[in-house]
Design a binder for this molecule. Structure first.
Ligand code: IPE
Ligand code: IPE
Ligand code: MG
Ligand code: MG
Ligand code: MG
Length: 295
């Protein structure tokens, strides 16, 4: 089976897991539930749950507790996209090939749907206690999930990104932004996969380091696609960064040097991965694919 087929197959498996946990669109709060489901059902790459599952399998995990965490990480990620696209932040009208949540449901509902989705992620993750006899593992996974999402993680990075939109940003601060706004959730995905498979502390921190490098490569490629992509293929508008006067790896280093950084970070992640035990053929192919992706 070629890589593309394996990738599509796994994406479908991720969709099945995610769908299972979404709320019913009913009652007086039906509209916010519909907005939340609209954004969750949009066709994303499902990268974070996929990385979580692949890491879990690499460490021969068996617990059913992985499923609520796979759904939860995609909910946190999707919450970050709903809010990232709002008029007050990046002000974008397309996401995953569809109108953004605030365009379809209005800004007030989109703000609340983003908040509700973030909370719903934890409601979902907590349901892992129903699946898992090993409570310490679930507690450790929840701790990682919360920390990598909050002010010391993704939201901390997003805040530094947003407040410095119009300012010149140097490499050190730009790295801080990418490490937090993007790498943190990728680190969390891989760490939680390892934790729930009962990997050791050393292996968990190695997965964190791998996630760090994947995250940086991923965000730099995202910057490149904002300039060189095709909006139809990408599913989001081009030149969002330029519109918002953002410093990116492309504005700081130029496209060619930015591409070299994608390759360098990807290479470090792959080397680190290859030195670990377990089956990781697909994972390595996935990292190589991400470094040349068009969406
Ligand atoms: C977009 O993430 C936001 C970034 C961190 C660059 P993805 O590129 O994973 O978005 P989807 O989930 O596939 O839509
Ligand atoms: C956002 O980075 C990362 C998030 C945490 C949402 P971008 O603003 O570059 O993401 P896109 O390009 O809108 O997906
Ligand atoms: Mg942004
Ligand atoms: Mg954006
Ligand atoms: Mg971008």
């Amino acid at each position: 089976v070629n890589f593309k087929d394996k990738f599509e197959q796994r994406k479908t498996e991720m969709d099945v897991v995610i769908l299972k946990y979404l709320p019913k669109e009913e009652g007086f709060s039906g509209k916010i539930r519909a907005a939340l489901n609209y954004s969750m059902k949009s066709p994303g790459k499902r990268l974070r749950p996929m990385l979580m599952m692949e890491t879990f399998q690499m460490f021969q995990g068996e617990s059913e507790a992985i499923y609520p965490f796979m759904a939860a990480i995609e909910m946190i990620h999707t919450h970050s996209l709903i809010h990232d696209d709002l008029p007050a932040i990046d002000n974008d009208e397309y996401r995953r090939g569809r109108k953004t949540t605030h365009v379809v449901y209005g800004e007030p509902t989109a703000i609340l749907a983003g908040d509700a989705l973030l909370n719903y992620a934890y409601e979902t993750a907590f349901s892992a206690f129903d699946e898992e006899a090993s409570y310490p593992c679930v507690c450790q996974a929840l701790t990682v999930l919360a920390k990598k999402t909050g002010v010391r993680g993704m939201l901390g990075g997003q805040s530094v990104d947003v407040i410095n939109s119009k300012n010149p940003v140097e490499q050190e601060m730009l790295d801080y932004i990418y490490i937090h706004k993007t790498a943190a959730l990728i680190e969390a995905s891989m760490m939680i996969g390892a934790i729930l498979a009962q990997a050791g502390a050393n292996e968990i921190s190695r997965m964190e380091a791998i996630g760090h490098n994947i995250g940086l490569a991923f965000q730099i490629q995202d910057d490149i696609l904002d300039v060189t992509g095709a909006s139809k293929e990408l599913g989001k508008p081009l030149h969002s960064d330029e519109k918002n006067d953002k410093t990116t790896y492309v504005t700081l280093l130029g496209i060619e040097a930015a591409r070299r950084e994608v390759d360098r970070y990807t290479g470090m992640a792959v080397d680190n991965l290859l030195s670990m035990p377990g089956e990781k053929t697909f994972l390595v192919e996935l990292l190589q694919f991400l470094s040349i992706r068009r969406k």
